[in-house]
Write a protein that binds this ligand. Structure first.
Ligand code: UT7
Length: 319
């Protein structure tokens, strides 16, 4: 048994923060942000709007697109590093709002690779017959862990959620998943506090990144990973129909696309309008490409992500 995608959805909070807005907050410029990252604007959750709120809207849209009853969902897997609460996990909060009690619901925290990890996990449950119709989400409120005085990070991130409904099928679907991690790089991209290691009294945990060093490892790792995915599946450069990358930086995306020998017209890009939404970026890009009609049934897709940990992953999919 395999899994295939039967519906996708996304949700972006209403408020848009532009590069020009950021010029008034920190010492930066629209020109610097656009040329170094490709980002023009990002969405920011409203006060009181949580990760599970964003995830809920994306899930409702994906379930409607799949044209199935919510009650037929038999597993919820959420990739997020910005959960509403320590527990219940975002999957359980979502399950309650969807009114589908009973099925397993959990979150996993692998930063920007959260959705790729969640998709691989859900796929394994379908392959072993333990689930037939998982709901897989990537959702983040990155704005809550941003230091809004740090120009090196605050210009990069945004909030959002993307969702996918999978269904058991005779043929793939998800052809191949590749996951990896290297904790030796933990200091290059991390938050300065959590639960068992809290930030100083009165402070909230904030994200810190040595951007330039992350950039170099990201490009190297993603190039190696896409080579491995092609080789493991007996594919040649140029045989992928659509590349759906994590949207951290246009220059990283362009380097990986070059390695795949895929023209930029065949890359789904949302980085300009969404910024880096961590685990939400890949499913939102996927939904964008499907809804605007570019990605068609039968197309061969390569999804990838790289993020804090470091963690990384790829998914080869026949849509
Ligand atoms: O999603 C998880 C993984 N994350 C990523 O993949 C992000 C990877 N990294 C990047 O995308 C890029 O490294 C950044 C966009 C973060 C930075 O771009 P860069 O080309 O690597 O720039 P840099 O860090 O080498 O900084 C160049 C200059 C520095 O000034 P000096 O030292 O040359 O005088 C920075 O202080 O740009 C300066 N700078 C800024 N200037 C204006 C850094 N941030 C800003 C800013 N506005 N916001």
């Amino acid at each position: 048994m395999y899994s295939r995608i039967i519906g996708t959805g996304r949700y972006l909070p209403e408020r848009i923060l532009t590069n020009l807005d950021l010029e008034k907050m920190v010492d930066t410029s629209d020109e610097w942000i656009r040329t170094r990252t490709g980002i023009s604007e990002r969405h920011i959750a409203a006060e009181g709007e949580t990760t599970s709120d964003l995830a809920y809207h994306a899930a409702v849209e994906a379930i409607a697109a799949a044209d199935v009853a919510a009650e037929t969902i038999d597993m919820i897997v959420v990739g997020t590093s910005t959960p509403d609460l320590i527990f219940p996990n975002v999957g359980c909060l979502l399950q309650e709002r969807l009114g589908i009690a009973g099925c397993p619901a959990f979150s996993l925290e692998t930063a920007c690779s959260g959705f790729i990890y969640a998709l691989a996990v859900a796929d394994q449950f379908v392959r072993t017959g333990q689930a037939r119709r998982p709901l897989v989400i990537g959702a983040e409120t990155m704005s809550r862990i941003i230091d809004w005085t740090d120009r090196e990070t605050c210009v990069l991130f945004g909030d959002g959620a993307g969702a996918v409904v999978l269904d058991a099928a005779e043929a793939p679907g998800i052809i191949y998943s590749k996951l990896g991690a290297d904790g030796r790089y933990r200091k290059l991209l991390e938050t300065d506090g959590g639960i068992s290691n809290p930030p100083e009294a009165g402070q909230r945990a904030a994200l810190h990144m040595k951007g330039n060093e992350v950039f170099k490892v990201a490009v190297r790792t993603l190039e190696r990973m896409v080579d491995e995915v092609l080789e493991a599946n007996d594919l040649k450069q140029g045989e992928i129909d659509w590349f759906v990358p994590h949207q951290a930086n246009l220059r990283i995306i362009a380097a990986t696309a070059k390695r795949l020998d895929i023209p930029m017209e065949r890359v789904v890009l949302t980085v300009a309008e969404h910024g880096n939404t961590s685990a939400a970026s890949v499913p939102m890009a996927l939904d964008t490409g499907i809804r605007d009609g570019r990605i068609k049934r039968g197309d061969l897709l390569l999804l990838e992500a790289f993020g804090g940990g470091f963690t990384w992953g790829a998914s080869l999919i026949r849509y």
